[in-house]
Write a protein that binds this ligand. Structure first.
Ligand code: NPG
Length: 375
């Protein structure tokens, strides 16, 4: 397989409503799409990937402009150099070809997915088949932001419950934790419910986190800071709600460390956060072998990243509903055919590659920047 050129396309997508977490309020998303045009024995294929870095470095150190620059200046040229030296270009070789560039996992993941999509399209194989996924649908959970008031939160949750989502995740932060959880439990009873703190607490907040124990939550996600593996392990011994790690797990190695330390009994797998789908599968395998449940996280992806996440979420270790909601949870208009949710599940895409591609008009409408890189 030969890479002809790579294009970096930045799109702007307004959110249907503001999404507030412990670190920011987002009103729009500006995903960076990677388009790889490849050839093989005279056949041409186009593959798409999505880099999930936010516009600002609040969730992790990566951010849109930085990701675009590192792709343009370092990652894509490294891949072209690898190709020029006669080494094989496949999705499997991308991470090795760029391994001398430190960090920038979300940018690397977007590039790897574009190559993977193109490669699978040349082979006429779906991502799900490539992974060995046999499920044709996966349960769909929804993430609910911090709202202005408890009544506003209950209205929003009611809407998602009415739509049939299989699980509700509430964003929490100090001062918005026990009350919203209590109110949701009182109104909606025993629905599958979990909370996500995005690293907003400290170990000294253990007493208030223990206050969540009576509510029978599926898990509390990333209560403490990214680097605090040891402190998560201490917290896990002090509260009964299962601890799930998100930000702390950036690689298969950190997943193995977290499991060995007892810092997590559940792991949220986001392919972008860990450097790509191949590393995501490794984390899945380690977790499965250790009896640790995993679920697929979301980063408000467009249909591109969302379709790939749904295929990944079909692997057997993904035993909890993921943040794989319908496109209309966040966007009035997606750049692909919208992902839809019916009866609490989303369908695993079955077409070649990731099974979706941008609709040209929708892509053109949303594009705010694009740059083509050739060898
Ligand atoms: O369903 O795509 C989705 C969003 C799920 O809440 C969600 N993501 O911390 O997990 C998270 C959070 C997030 C979103 C984090 C955007 C960073 C950026």
């Amino acid at each position: 397989m030969h890479i002809e050129h790579i294009e970096l396309v930045t799109v702007r997508m307004p959110l249907v409503s503001p999404f507030t977490t412990s670190f920011s309020t987002q009103t729009e998303r500006t995903p960076l799409l990677v388009r790889a045009t490849v050839s093989d024995h005279g056949r041409i294929a186009t593959g798409w990937g999505e880099c999930v870095a936010l516009a600002e470095p609040y969730y992790s150190s990566e951010y849109l402009e930085g990701a675009r620059q590192v792709l343009q200046r370092f990652l894509v040229p490294a891949l072209f150099e690898w190709q020029a030296s006669g080494r094989a270009i496949t999705a499997q070789t991308v991470s090795t070809a760029v391994s001398h560039i430190v960090g920038h996992r979300m940018a690397k993941a977007g590039l790897e997915l574009a190559i993977l999509d193109a490669e699978l399209r040349l082979q006429d194989v779906s991502f799900a088949d490539h992974l060995g996924v046999t499920r044709d649908s996966v349960p769909s959970g929804v993430s609910v932001g911090i709202e202005a008031s408890i009544p506003a939160l209950l209205d929003r949750v009611q809407g998602f419950v009415d739509q049939g989502y299989a699980r509700i995740k509430l964003k929490i932060r100090p001062g918005w934790d026990l009350e919203p959880v209590k109110a949701v439990r009182e109104r909606f009873g025993d629905i599958p419910l979990q909370v996500d703190a995005n690293a907003a607490y400290r170990l000294s907040d253990t007493p208030s986190l223990r206050g969540l124990d009576p509510f029978g939550l599926l898990l509390i996600e990333q209560p403490l800071a990214e680097d605090d593996l040891r402190q998560h392990a201490i917290l896990a011994s002090q509260i009964s709600t299962p601890i799930c790690l998100d930000e702390s797990v950036v690689s298969a190695q950190s997943a193995a460390d977290a499991i060995a330390l007892g810092a997590a009994s559940v792991i949220n797998i986001k392919p972008g956060r860990v450097g790509g789908y191949l590393e995501a599968v490794r984390i899945h395998d380690i977790a499965l072998a250790n009896g640790i449940a995993v679920w697929c996280g979301g980063m408000l992806e467009t249909g591109i990243g969302r379709a790939a996440n749904i295929a990944l979420a079909g692997l057997p270790g993904f035993s909890l509903p993921g943040d794989v909601s319908a496109s209309d949870r966040f966007y009035r208009t997606d750049i692909t055919e919208p992902i839809t949710m019916t009866d609490g599940v989303v369908a695993v895409p079955s077409g070649p590659g990731i099974g979706v591609e941008p609709i040209p008009d929708a892509l053109a409408e949303a594009t705010i920047h694009s740059v083509e890189i050739t060898s």
